[in-house]
Design a protein around this ligand. Structure first.
Ligand code: B4P
Length: 190
């Protein structure tokens, strides 16, 4: 059973690499960003609440995302494992995830962080903004806020997994295939 937290700043390649990982290892992809955007597109109450935070580049309240992930873990009791993409993003989320997994007889195998510098992140997100229709990808100030929020609220989550001896990082700059190969070397050892 492989339960992986794919970690990194906005635009680091988490979503991109998650797609490759779930295909190769037959894992379930749980992206809080994708789940929130689906709620928003469906016009649910949760989606409308999330929209105001996402469009400013702020984090959606913990209570909203934690509940969403708990439901998804419980709904997949026969999974080979999960790739958590964009979650946990705060210490409270990391604690809640450990608790939910424990209640289901599971635990995180590894957090893998993708390391990418800020200039490259901004370049990638503005590029994606040309086609994604995502308001949070189209404005440099909002992107800068996302990176600021990452450094203040999300980066400390790495320490949470370092303390459990579950943290590793790979270089996130280069071709998507080369980065995937580096990730597979880590995952194959789990
Ligand atoms: P996410 O959907 O998680 O947004 P993201 O961090 O931008 O996505 P990702 O990092 O996966 O994109 P990728 O690098 O793959 O979150 C959006 C918002 O939702 C947050 O700001 C927040 O408001 C809210 N939210 C989500 N989860 C939350 C949580 N747990 N708690 C609270 N709020 C939450 O792709 C970026 C671009 O780079 C793509 O165009 C890709 O093609 C490109 N790219 C990837 N790899 C590349 C490479 N090697 N070289 C060149 N380009 C590359």
């Amino acid at each position: 059973m492989k339960n992986i937290v794919l970690f990194g700043p906005p635009g680091a390649g988490k979503g991109t690499q998650s797609t490759n990982i779930i295909e190769k290892y037959a894992l379930i992809h749980l992206s809080t960003g994708d789940l929130l955007r689906a709620e928003k597109a469906a016009g649910t109450e949760l989606g409308l609440k999330a929209k105001e935070f996402m469009e400013k580049g702020d984090l959606v309240p913990d209570s909203v995302v934690i509940g969403m992930i708990e439901n998804k873990v419980k709904a997949n009791p026969d999974a080979n494992g999960f790739v958590f993409d964009g979650f946990p993003r705060t210490i409270a989320q990391a604690e809640a995830l450990d608790q939910t997994l424990q209640e289901n007889g599971l635990s995180i195998s590894k957090m893998i962080a993708l390391e990418v510098d800020d200039d490259e992140l901004i370049k990638r997100l503005l590029e994606r903004g040309k086609v994604s229709n995502r308001p949070d990808d189209q404005n440099e100030e909002i992107i800068a806020n996302r990176i600021k929020v990452y450094n203040a609220e999300t980066a400390p989550v790495a320490d949470f997994y370092k303390k459990q001896d579950k943290f590793t990082s790979v270089k996130g700059i280069g071709s998507i295939d080369d980065i995937f190969e580096s990730l597979c070397k880590v995952i194959d050892q789990l």
